[in-house]
Design a protein around this ligand. Structure first.
Ligand SMILES: Nc1ncnc2c1ncn2[C@@H]1O[C@H](COP(=O)(O)OP(=O)(O)OP(=O)(O)O)[C@@H](O)[C@H]1O
Length: 221
C-alpha cells in the first residue's frame, strides 16, 4: 500500500468566469489513487471546476493547492509545469484524426518535452491498442478513440487525471468498460481521477467520493 499523499486541497474556493461566480465555497481534498465524481445538471459548473484545477479559470479564496502549487498565486509561466503533471480526458476525445495512434501519443509527449517510445508502446498495449499503433485517428471507432485518449491521459504518469464527461459519446456498455479501464490503470499507477459526469449510474458502479454542483454549491453527497 503506497503512502497517502495530498494531491489537491481546495478550502472554500469560489470559481469565476469573468464577473460571474459559477461555484461558491468549493471544498475538496484529493489524495493519491482516489476517484472523485462530480455530478450536476448541464450548466451547473462541472467543467468550470475542472478548468479551475488547471488554472484556466480565476478562483478566489484562502487556500487552493494542486500538486504543490498555490493556484491563487501561481504565475502564468508556472502553469505549464502544473499541467504536465495532469492528464486530461474529454467527451469528444480530442485526438488528431490524421495522425496515427502512435503519433498521437508521441506528439503529446513531445509537447511536454518527453521522448519515451517505450512508454507509448506499454500504455497502448494496456489500453488494448497495441495492434493498432499505425492506424490513423479517423480509422478508429468511438471506443477506440476514447481508449487512445485514455492512453494519452496516462502515458506521462500524471498524478491527477481530469475527465470531462469521459463516457458522454459512448454507449452505456462501452462507457462503463472504458471508464473501468481508465480507473484501473490510473489507480494502479497511483494517479487519482476527478471525473465530471451526467451519468449517475457510474457512481453506483464505481466506489468514489461524489460531489454535486447545484445552484452554485459544490456539495458532497
Ligand atoms: N466559454 C464560456 N464563456 C462564458 N460562460 C461559459 C463558458 N462556458 C460555460 N459557461 C457558463 O458557465 C456556467 C457553467 O458551465 P459549465 O460548462 O462549467 O457547466 P457543466 O456543468 O460542465 O455543463 P455541461 O454538463 O453542459 O458540460 C454556465 O452558466 C455556462 O453557461
Amino acid at each position: 500500500m503506497s503512502e497517502l499523499k495530498e494531491l489537491l486541497s481546495f478550502q472554500k474556493i469560489d470559481v469565476l468566469r469573468g464577473e460571474t461566480t459559477i461555484l461558491r465555497d468549493v471544498t475538496l481534498n484529493l489524495h493519491n489513487a482516489e476517484l472523485v465524481f462530480i455530478l450536476g445538471a448541464s450548466g451547473s459548473g462541472k467543467s468550470s471546476f475542472l478548468k479551475s484545477v488547471y488554472g484556466a479559470l480565476e478562483i478566489q479564496g484562502n487556500y487552493s493547492r494542486v500538486l504543490g502549487y498555490d493556484l491563487t498565486s501561481i504565475k502564468r509561466s508556472e502553469l505549464q509545469f502544473l499541467r504536465r503533471k495532469l492528464g486530461l480526458v474529454f467527451q469528444d476525445f480530442k485526438i488528431f484524426e490524421k495522425l496515427t495512434v502512435f503519433e498521437n501519443l508521441n506528439y503529446f509527449l513531445r509537447s511536454i518535452n518527453i521522448k519515451n517510445e517505450e512508454a507509448i508502446r506499454v500504455i497502448l498495449d494496456k489500453v488494448g491498442l497495441g495492434h493498432k499503433t499505425d492506424k490513423r485517428g479517423f480509422e478508429l471507432s468511438g471506443g477506440e478513440k476514447q481508449r487512445l485518449a485514455v492512453a494519452r491521459a496516462l502515458v506521462h504518469k500524471p498524478q491527477i487525471i481530469l475527465a470531462d464527461e469521459p463516457t458522454g459519446n459512448l454507449n452505456k456498455t462501452m462507457g462503463i468498460e472504458i471508464f473501468k479501464l481508465l480507473r484501473d490503470l490510473a489507480i494502479d499507477q497511483g494517479s487519482s481521477i476527478i471525473a465530471a459526469t451526467h451519468d449517475e449510474a457510474l457512481t453506483s458502479i464505481f466506489s468514489a467520493k461524489v460531489f454535486l454542483c447545484e445552484n452554485q454549491r459544490f456539495t458532497r453527497i
